[in-house]
Design a protein around this ligand. Structure first.
Ligand code: PMP
Length: 425
């Protein structure tokens, strides 16, 4: 992969080299493939993050990057936001976690439920994956049914049920019984959804939907499909789970609020931990009662670090700082960037999809982008000082303003045009 100069972004900062971070040093072969998460992989040895500040990140190659990865959309306020650092540091100095409940949990639960007024209660987990696992378990326990509907290509973390919509390349190691219990409905195929449920109305425990699935290239779920899912779920006693691990940022009342749909359970994570590990199931009281330990026969749910005070305190500040004005501002910045970039990449056969502060460049009309193209765009962006996710998902953060987002847009357009040109040659 080539690397070019960063021009205007070239850092005056000298990054101190840590020998443990260098590829080929002792640390590298200790992690499978050299990686602590498979989702970091971009097809070639990755740079290592060294430091972040606001909308910028510096890596061990001495580069300064606009951080539009934001740890896979978690850092809604960018890196090391002073108020979040202060809250986390205070909580940490009081003791990092305890084996009895803490009051920070109440605060974050209160903030979440006040934004999701149709829902009653919260149970915290350590990740979005765990939140989805727990929500499915609650739905199965409450209905006494096993089957789950997902949308094809949807991503809901790495629990066994959640891997099924990814297709055969994701389901190695998943028992056939689990696969058989999952029906993957083509995106926005309302007739397919209706037929699946009506052909076995007593079999389905849950429908789980991400309203803006990234793996499907940020193609939106249509309002018609969501309405049908809500109506079928209500009619047949199926639990509607909306997975807002990523999309919660898209509206003050979440993306489901913007759609005007009320889920029975909502799963979330990422931004609600202020950059620390977190997940949450937010739901209707009668369903959440399944994990109420004061009830006889309730579901066991634990997690040594679930609801830990550092994540809760940092998350509460992150949510407070992301009020209606900031939601609206980031949405406008994202919409403007998408419009400007779309006008410039259209002739090259690409488009910028997404909603509000989430953007992704894809070849026009694609429902799936091959991994090689994703990686080429990642490196082309990196070469231009822009850090996205390996699947090219870009998210804005509140330290960004018009100037930064214009700069980000320029880099994105330039990267897309370079990839488009190389695929033609
Ligand atoms: N659901 C969705 C929609 C996600 O995008 C993700 C992760 N990106 C998850 C669940 C899993 O969350 P986590 O990575 O925190 O386990």
């Amino acid at each position: 992969m080539s690397t070019t100069n960063l021009g205007g972004l070239a850092s005056a900062q000298t990054v101190t080299e840590d020998p443990h971070l260098r590829r080929g040093s002792r640390g590298f072969p200790l992690l499978p493939g050299g990686y602590g998460r498979s989702t970091y992989y971009t097809g070639a040895p990755s740079p290592y993050a060294v430091r972040g500040d606001g909308y910028r990140v510096w890596d061990d190659r001495g580069r300064e990057l606009i951080d539009a990865n934001n740890n896979f959309t978690s850092l809604i306020h960018g890196n090391a936001h002073p108020e979040i650092v202060e809250a986390a540091t205070k909580a940490l100095s009081e003791g990092s976690s305890w084996g009895i409940p803490n009051l920070y949990e109440w605060e974050l639960a209160d903030l979440l439920v006040s934004r999701l007024p149709a829902l009653d209660q919260v149970r915290f987990t350590n990740s979005g994956t765990e939140a989805v696992m727990s929500a499915i378990r609650i739905a199965r326990a409450a209905t006494g049914r096993d089957k789950v509907i997902v949308t094809k290509g949807g991503y809901h973390g790495t629990s066994e049920v959640a891997l099924v919509p990814g297709g055969p390349s994701y389901t190695r190691g998943v028992p056939q019984g689990v696969i058989d219990d999952v029906t993957a409905v083509p995106l926005n195929d309302t007739d397919f959804l209706r037929q699946a449920i009506e052909s076995a109305p007593d079999a389905y425990a849950a429908i789980i939907l991400d309203l803006l699935p990234n793996r499907a290239g940020l193609l939106r779920i249509t309002e018609d499909f969501v309405r049908a899912a809500r109506e079928l779920a209500t009619r047949h006693g199926v639990v509607l789970i909306i997975d807002e691990v990523i999309s919660l940022r898209l509206g003050y009342n979440g993306f489901s609020g913007a759609y005007g749909v009320e889920p029975d359970l909502l799963t979330t994570g990422k931004l609600i931990g202020g950059g620390f590990p977190v997940g949450a199931v937010v739901g209707l009281g009668d369903l959440m009662a399944e994990v109420d330990p004061t009830r006889k026969g309730s579901l066991p749910h634990g997690g040594t670090f679930s609801g830990n005070p550092v994540s809760m305190a940092a998350g509460a500040v992150a949510l407070r700082l992301y009020g209606p004005d900031q939601v609206e501002r980031l949405t406008r910045l994202g919409d403007t960037a998408r419009e400007a970039a779309n006008a410039r990449v259209a002739d090259a056969g690409w488009e910028i999809r997404g909603s509000g502060s989430l953007l992704r460049a894809v070849p026009r009309g694609a429902e799936k982008v091959d991994e090689q193209t994703q990686h080429e765009l990642w490196w082309a962006s990196y070469d231009r000082g822009l850090l996205g996710s390996p699947a090219n998902l870009l998210s804005l953060s509140t330290p960004m303003d018009d100037t930064v987002v214009n700069d980000l847009t320029e880099r994105l357009v330039d990267a897309v045009l370079a990839v488009a040109a190389s695929s033609r040659s």
